[in-house]
Design a protein around this ligand. Sequence first.
Ligand SMILES: C[S@@+](CC[C@H](N)C(=O)[O-])C[C@H]1O[C@@H](n2cnc3c(N)ncnc32)[C@H](O)[C@@H]1O
Length: 330
Amino acid sequence: MKNDLINKIILGDSLDILSKMETNSVDLVLTDPPYFLDKMDNSWNHESVSSSKYHHAVKSLPPGMKFDRKQGREFYSWYLKISTELLRILKPGGFFFSFSSPRLYHRMACAVDDAGFLIRDCFIWLYTQNQVKAMSLNHFIDKLDVDDETKNSLKEKLSGWKTPQIKSCFEPILMAQKQHDGTFLKNMLKHQVGLFNTEVKIGQNMFPSNVITIDNIEEIIDKYFLLPKPTKVEKGDFNIHRTVKPMAICEYIIQLATFSDDAIVLDPFVGSGTTAIAAKNLGRKYIGIDINEEYVNIALKRLGEADSSLKEKRYKAGKLNYQLPLDNLL
Ligand SMILES: C[S@@+](CC[C@H](N)C(=O)[O-])C[C@H]1O[C@@H](n2cnc3c(N)ncnc32)[C@H](O)[C@@H]1O
């Protein structure tokens, strides 16, 4: 990889930047792409969208319930292009983790699969804190051309019945891998990637799992799947990004899937920089890309403040067993 990209956050459209990156040069891609479901425009600018007519695009559905089939298909063809570039850039055996949404996971998985990756697993990030979006139909009943008595009786009949939006309590994370070069062992010896570090523990010293949480949910779940909660300083009080990911989850995945101290972690949709900071915290190299200048500046500020000793302090009382004993193996 050319040095001018390493440990940088690059402002630009990912497809353009990725097309200029070297083949077989990156160890891990960890990202959380835009889903185009959240009232965001192509520059991920919420303000311009909320002041525009965009959010009335699907008029027949109540806000929060809009579902345009086109969005899924457009996401698929765009992510197919992104994934095709990522497949080229990743080293053989390199892993690709992509946060997703339950509504869009199928399109993401097909795009990554069709680009040529091996779909290896689906991680589940469990949480309890999320706003319920389901709506009662009273507002629509009020608009019906019927008398008040009929309206009231309809409201009573449908009391408790809402739009089909259950409280969303998990986020799927796609796990894919570029075809390895020969056996797993040969691939590891040649490219320093392709196996998982099972010395990383979650919960109370458990073998790494594809279920993770940062909330204390219940004794058994915590025992197996808990990672440290984000600290107050982690996000930065200047960070206005709306979808900041928990550092512990990014660190967990980076620990699991990168072997060498020189490993390069790429996030083509880096937002406020969480993946890059997690990589820096773990002594890995990073490349971040984002199309929005404001987020690039936030990421740079967070990176400037990132201090690996913070992580040590944070994890001292935590449950993660961060060891990298494989360093001396080869
Ligand atoms: C879900 S957010 C990532 C948040 C990030 N994980 C964090 O912890 O801050 C997705 C990001 O993708 C960026 N983005 C959207 N379209 C892009 C494109 N074509 N190229 C590069 N970045 C893009 C947005 O600006 C946004 O910050």
